[in-house]
Design a binder for this molecule. Structure first.
Ligand SMILES: [Zn+2]
Length: 151
């Protein structure tokens, strides 16, 4: 699932969680995905309340202007790149440090950097200039930002 170009309306939608099936390794979640019926503002950000089309629960969304959305994507990219750079740097340090206590520390740094970069990368894939404001940032009682399936 790759990034999609930014448009005048958010391309990303919100998902309503339909079912959760615990599996051996991953929990399978099924979502009904609805579009976000909000135009991007000319400038800055816009807070809008959206009623979930499935359950009617009120969701608060903050939609950014095209320019702000573009900036947000850039910031995520820089963050992911920094994390990856830290991971590589610490990995190299670990090689140089040999068997000393510095090596363990460097390996730890590499692991932390890699995990950070991966997390940021996963989050950045959902960046379309839209933020769910309530009740939580990422998961709102079975709701979260999702890309609609591509036709
Ligand atoms: Zn819902």
């Amino acid at each position: 699932m790759s990034r999609r170009p930014l448009g005048p309306r958010p391309g990303i939608g919100y998902g309503h969680l339909v079912s959760t099936t615990p599996g051996a390794f991953v929990t399978k979640r099924e979502w009904i995905i609805h579009p976000i019926p909000v135009e991007r503002p000319e400038q800055g950000r816009l807070d809008r309340k959206v009623e979930c089309a499935t359950c009617g629960r009120e969701l608060s969304m903050r939609v950014s202007s095209l320019e702000a959305a573009r900036r947000r994507r850039q910031i995520w990219q820089v963050l992911a790149a920094s994390g990856a750079a830290v991971a590589v740097l610490c990995g190299l340090l670990a090689l140089v440090a040999g068997d000393g206590p510095g090596a363990a520390l460097s390996l730890l740094g590499a692991a932390v950097g890699a995990v950070f970069a991966l997390n940021v990368f996963m989050r950045s894939r959902l960046e379309d200039g839209v933020v769910m404001r309530r009740p939580t940032l990422t998961r709102m009682h079975g709701h979260m930002l999702r890309w609609p399936p591509q036709n």
